[in-house]
Design a protein around this ligand. Structure first.
Ligand SMILES: [Zn+2]
Length: 360
């Protein structure tokens, strides 16, 4: 992965390239910032630039053996650590290397949740204590191809305390020409003993004008610098429009006290199936919250999609501090009821009737 493959982030690229060219790359660098902005990609591009045998002015050559190996994510001197789940008693990242390569080859932009969806079966990820021994072992070898070795740690905040503590000495005094690149979404969750041993660089959200050529103006604006979000908006644009129509129809009937309409509406949504009902209820909670937030300033409109922007301010007038909690709880309860195999038709109908008592 070369710098040219990373969307936007020009100032950060310049800064990293400068650090390498001037031999000032710190032995432990912490790239931190929001999810979906390219920190993992930047870490790999950094490693590739460092390890490239024919470094160009502003990027790796992309042609040499080293570059080719990194492209396949199979360079013997570039190592990865990332959150994993417990499939064996003491799992290590290498157990998941195949899935990891698949994931990055598809795109280096993915969220923690997407990674968990790939490997997790609903479990939560962690970097387990045994990983520290692996890291120490891998870095104790001399570089295979050149001088440098790079250890990329994606989401170091997921490291358990035993692992983190075992790494302190190595982070403080790594072997010569060994570099740790940490890419963190939540640096405040890192042990201070870890973060204090790194040089921190804040990676900003991707500039909207850099997302715009790929996703168009609307999606770029709503994504707010998050590539993963932009992609998901693009993929779900059609879907969210369906949920929006269902929501708007429901609320119009609620306001008009159209009981029969709500009954038909519940039947229509029920026929779409259990997953769709749950998706709708998740969307309903999201859009209700967004509408309510409009009370605090119209700038929040920017985070709504086009088809929502006309409806939201009008509907916001029906929401207040006295009914918002009830409405959110009503939707949440509907999710629970449906998950516990309640009859969707009845649950949704009842939800509509409940809303009528408080939305006026
Ligand atoms: Zn190269």
């Amino acid at each position: 992965m070369q710098f040219k493959d990373i969307i936007g982030q020009q100032p950060i690229k310049q800064r990293i390239i400068g650090l390498i060219q001037e031999n000032r790359l710190p032995h432990a660098l912490l790239l931190w910032g929001n999810e979906g902005i390219g920190k993992l990609g930047l870490s790999i591009a950094l490693a590739q630039y460092l390890l490239c045998n024919n470094r160009q002015e502003g990027d790796a050559c992309g042609e040499c053996l080293s570059c080719k190996q990194i492209k396949k994510l199979m360079h013997p001197d570039m190592h990865f650590v990332f959150p994993i789940v417990k499939k064996t008693t003491e799992p290590i990242c290498d157990d998941f290397l195949e899935e990891w390569r698949e994931m990055i080859t598809q795109t280096p932009y993915f969220s923690y949740q997407q990674w968990m969806d790939k490997i997790g079966d609903g479990k939560q990820g962690q970097i387990y204590s045994r990983e520290s021994e692996e890291i120490i072992r891998k870095l104790s070898y001399k570089g295979f191809q050149g001088d440098y070795k790079v250890m990329i740690i994606w989401l170091p905040e997921k490291m358990n305390a035993i692992c983190a503590n075992k790494l302190l000495k190595l982070l403080e005094e790594p072997p010569e020409k060994t570099f740790f690149i940490l890419a963190s979404n939540q640096p405040e969750q890192l042990l201070s003993t870890i973060s204090s041993r790194t040089q921190m660089i804040h990676v900003p959200n991707i500039a909207t004008e850099d997302l715009q050529p790929i996703f168009g103006q609307e999606v770029a604006r709503v994504a707010n610098g998050n590539y993963v979000k932009a992609l998901s908006i693009q993929n779900q644009a059609g879907e969210s429009k369906i949920y929006f129509d269902l929501y708007r129809n429901l609320m119009l009937m609620v306001v008009r006290h159209d009981v029969l309409g709500v009954k038909n509406w519940a039947e229509q949504l029920h026929e779409m199936g259990r997953e769709e009902m749950k998706n709708f209820l998740a969307y309903a909670q999201h859009i209700t919250r967004e509408c309510f937030i409009l009370h605090f300033g119209a700038s929040e409109l920017n985070y709504l999609e086009v088809h929502e922007q006309d409806f939201a301010p009008k509907f916001a007038r029906f929401l207040s501090a006295t009914n918002i909690e009830f409405i959110m709880e009503t939707f949440a309860k509907a999710v629970t009821d449906i998950e516990q195999n309640g009859n969707g038709k009845i649950v949704l109908f009842d939800t509509g009737l409940q809303l009528m008592t408080k939305i006026k």
